[in-house]
Design a protein. Structure first.
Length: 334
């Protein structure tokens, strides 16, 4: 792939991010979090998110260019890439509009990026050897998917959640237990202090190879609290987290066996979960399969993965038109 200089912009939800890549090398990666804006509401408020993106995006992009050693007024880029879906429509519109304006100003091509496809290439940013075919377990906020990846630009979805994604379940359970937003870090932290066998929470869709369901698990946690008001939060978190990781690891390894994949990669925000990382690595080691665990900086939403995915997309199909609109419900199959 051509070693082009790319600016990536990511505003699909509540983080304003910009990054510069030269080929696969990250020259800069800047993220402005909106956690303080949304924490008191227990989740992301779309209108507040889009307003915060408007306020932050110019300074975030300028810092990314400066940190990369480029002139913010004339950076000499080869490409500008921005997420156009899935996500919150107002948030997407901010980043997409800024990227188009920047590309026009600097007279360089523009390409829109599928946020989920960006997560698929995020493990490459760690600099590990690429192995294909591989199974990518994509566990971001609203998505839980098993994907067979055969090259940087070719993939096939094997299975996905039929209701709540794992990340949504983490957030909802954490909110119910008073652990704040986002829910993943709080549950992960409390689970280390609890007994994962204290509650026998369900593992749904055992007989369905690659699809997921976490809605029933979430409801089971709520019911357990109602029936056991003195239950330790640590035990609830540990048992819930063990149920989630059991399903994710088992189905990932089943996909490896079914496809003959040579590697496994973990991507998305929930990929930062310590138990999931440890158990998936252990399972892969036992099966003699290479495993790539994206660093926590590249698990959560970031623009470096958007820049890399943009370069891959440009290599395959060229630039997008400036009429490209946000697609909040975009999927990996689109």
């Amino acid at each position: 792939m051509t070693e082009r200089l790319v600016l990536g912009i990511e505003t699909s939800c509540d983080d304003t991010a910009a990054a510069v890549l030269r080929g696969d090398t990250v020259l800069s990666s800047v993220i402005s979090s909106q956690l303080d804006v949304h924490d008191r509401f227990g989740g992301v408020v779309p209108e507040l998110a889009s307003r915060a993106h408007v306020e932050a995006i110019a300074s975030v992009v300028t810092k990314a260019l400066t940190d990369a050693g480029l002139d913010p007024l004339a950076p000499g880029l080869d490409l500008v890439a921005a997420t156009y879906g899935p996500g919150l429509v107002g948030s997407l519109l901010v980043g997409l509009s800024f990227a188009k304006a920047a590309a026009k100003r600097w007279e360089v091509p523009f390409v829109g990026v599928n946020h989920l496809a960006a997560h698929l290439v995020a493990p490459i940013l760690e600099g590990e050897a690429e192995r294909y075919p591989k199974i990518v377990l994509l566990v971001s906020g609203g998505h839980t998917e098993l994907v067979l990846v055969t090259s940087r630009s070719e993939y096939r979805v094997l299975g996905a959640t039929i209701d709540d994604a794992a990340g949504e379940a983490f957030d909802k359970v954490a909110r119910f237990l008073g652990l704040g937003y986002p829910g993943g870090p709080g549950i992960d932290r409390m689970a280390k202090l609890g007994d994962p066998t204290a509650f026998a929470f369900p593992r749904a869709l055992k007989d369905v190879p690659f699809d997921f369901s976490f809605s029933g698990l979430k409801t089971s946690v709520l019911r357990a609290v109602e029936l056991n008001p003195t239950a330790k939060t640590e035990d609830l978190c540990a048992s819930f987290q063990r149920a989630v990781t059991d399903v994710l690891v088992q189905k990932t390894m089943a996909a490896v066996a079914a496809t003959g994949a040579e590697g496994v990669a973990l991507a998305g925000g929930v990929a930062a979960n310590s138990e999931l990382r440890e158990r998936l690595k252990s399972a892969c080691d036992a099966a003699g399969v290479a495993v790539s665990l994206a660093g926590r900086a590249f698990c959560t939403d970031n623009a470096a993965m958007v820049a890399l995915a943009g370069s891959v997309a440009f290599e395959q199909a060229g630039p997008h038109r400036f009429t490209l609109a946000p697609e909040p419900s975009l999927s990996l199959g689109d």
